[in-house]
Design a binder for this molecule. Structure first.
Ligand code: SF4
Length: 317
């Protein structure tokens, strides 16, 4: 029985049309996978997974061969999830709505600026209309507000977005904002959701050491393929700092059966964090810190981000 992943991320391009503060530009050379390369990758991944996510870093809607890529996904029977900053949604909506493979679209509301997206109300209205049309086709749309602060509050722009969503989905004023304080996700209508997260720090070998105990879904439920074919354990290793192999140079099967991935996965199952990158990854602290307590994990992350004494003390081999 082959390993089965819940999802595999394929970064069809690492280029983006925005430069958001929460998403550092990749230090890797810019690269866009050709449709032929994508076809090879997708064919090899297919026996191991049903759900393909078309991004790691980069904005998938700027890919010049997106139509071909979605059609390859359809031919191979993949269900596709897309995460987009929504700048090009107006131009790409017909393609997305007509491609049978598309299952879910995640819309990153936290990427909004007036300069890049235009007037807020118009842009959000376009996204809401897309969500309704997708829902009518039995698909899912998730509005993401992933810039909550520690008090689980968003900025004033975020507040305006939530107000507009409340109106569009006939919710009472303040209802969504109240839920954001305690919930990670809210159902706005059938097939339409709103997801809340606090801003996170991308993992990096340059980050402070956070500990060797803990767990993560990376390497077990998912892997990711970067635009140059490098396979990494999760969608957060956007710099390819934990490379497992290269899908353009060796079979996917050989990579995922390799020792490095097996060691990582076994470690996470036993709450042992084996890789240097993961030992410096604040994201996994959401699943609990060294003592398995999520609150403790959050505290560690905060300390690490603020560079307090904890982070410096813990940065010991
Ligand atoms: S711990 Fe972080 S870097 Fe490691 S697999 Fe999980 S999300 Fe990725």
């Amino acid at each position: 029985m082959p390993v089965r992943f819940k999802r595999v991320y394929v970064e069809i391009t690492n280029r983006c049309n925005l430069h958001c503060s929460f998403c550092p530009v990749s230090a890797r050379p810019f690269r866009t996978m050709t449709a032929e390369e994508f076809h090879k990758a997708a064919r090899e991944i297919r026996p191991y997974c049903d759900y393909l996510y078309l991004h790691v870093k980069g904005e998938p809607l700027i890919h010049p061969q997106l139509e071909e890529i979605l059609s390859i996904c359809g031919e191979l029977g993949f269900q596709v999830n897309l995460t987009t900053n929504g700048v090009l949604l107006g131009r790409r909506r017909q393609l997305l709505l007509s491609a049978p493979a598309v299952r879910q679209t995640n819309l990153s509301l936290h990427s909004y600026t007036e300069n890049t997206h235009g007037p807020l109300e118009n842009w959000l209205q376009e996204l809401i209309a897309y969500a309704w049309d997708s829902a009518a086709k039995g698909r899912y749309t998730v509005f993401r507000v992933w810039n909550l602060d520690e008090q689980r509050e968003t900025n004033s722009q975020g507040e305006r977005m939530l107000e507009q969503l409340e109106q569009a989905f006939s919710l009472s004023r303040g209802q969504i904002r109240q839920l954001a304080a305690s919930c990670r996700s809210v159902t706005l209508s059938k097939g339409i959701f709103l997801s809340f997260e606090e801003e996170f720090v991308w993992p990096s070998l340059q980050n402070p050491f956070l500990g060797r105990e803990g767990t993560c879904y990376g390497a077990r439920n998912m892997v990711a393929v970067l635009a140059d074919g490098t396979v990494v354990p999760c969608c957060l290793d956007g710099e390819g700092e934990c490379p497992l192999g290269n899908l353009f140079e060796q079979p996917f099967e050989e990579i995922i059966q390799g020792e490095r991935l097996a060691r990582m996965a076994e470690g996470f199952t036993n709450r042992q964090v084996k890789e240097a990158l993961c030992q410096r990854c604040g994201y996994r602290l959401r699943f609990g810190g060294g003592n398995g307590n999520p609150q403790e994990g959050k505290k560690q992350l905060k300390n690490a981000v603020l560079g307090t004494s904890f982070a410096r003390k813990a940065d010991e081999p």
